[in-house]
Design a protein around this ligand. Structure first.
Ligand code: SF4
Ligand code: SF4
Length: 110
């Protein structure tokens, strides 16, 4: 993929388009910490689940927040803290057992 997105080259000279993390679907997160450990850029942070819920709008929470089996158990969930530090390696998505991360190419600044 080339064009109006941030692109690079592999060591062998092939075009490569990083896919940057854009969303972490926290309602799926089980707080296992795998993405935190694998990320080379300290993009993520564990936060208190209830505090995160309080900070989200009803639309952001979605209907299934209370149906995930964790509603009565205080726990930590992962969030994106430093999105601009992401290099688009997609390692986080590879290790996540709950498919929480959404990635996309990022447009070049005009
Ligand atoms: S794509 Fe790579 S750099 Fe970006 S958040 Fe995931 S592991 Fe970190
Ligand atoms: S790997 Fe997935 S389930 Fe585990 S903490 Fe990260 S986002 Fe949550």
């Amino acid at each position: 993929m080339t064009g109006n997105f941030i692109t690079s080259l592999t060591r062998g000279g092939e075009a490569w388009t990083p896919t940057f993390v854009t969303t972490l679907q926290a309602k799926r997160c089980i707080g296992c910490g795998r993405c935190f450990k694998v990320c080379p850029r300290q993009v993520f942070n564990l936060v208190d689940r209830e505090a995160l819920l309080d900070a989200l709008s009803a639309e952001e929470k979605g209907e299934d927040w209370e149906d995930d089996g964790f509603a009565d158990e205080p726990q930590m969930v992962m969030t994106i803290q430093n999105a601009n530090d992401c290099i688009g390696c997609a390692a986080c998505a590879r290790v996540c057992p709950k498919r929480c991360h959404i990635h996309a190419p990022w447009p070049l600044s005009p």
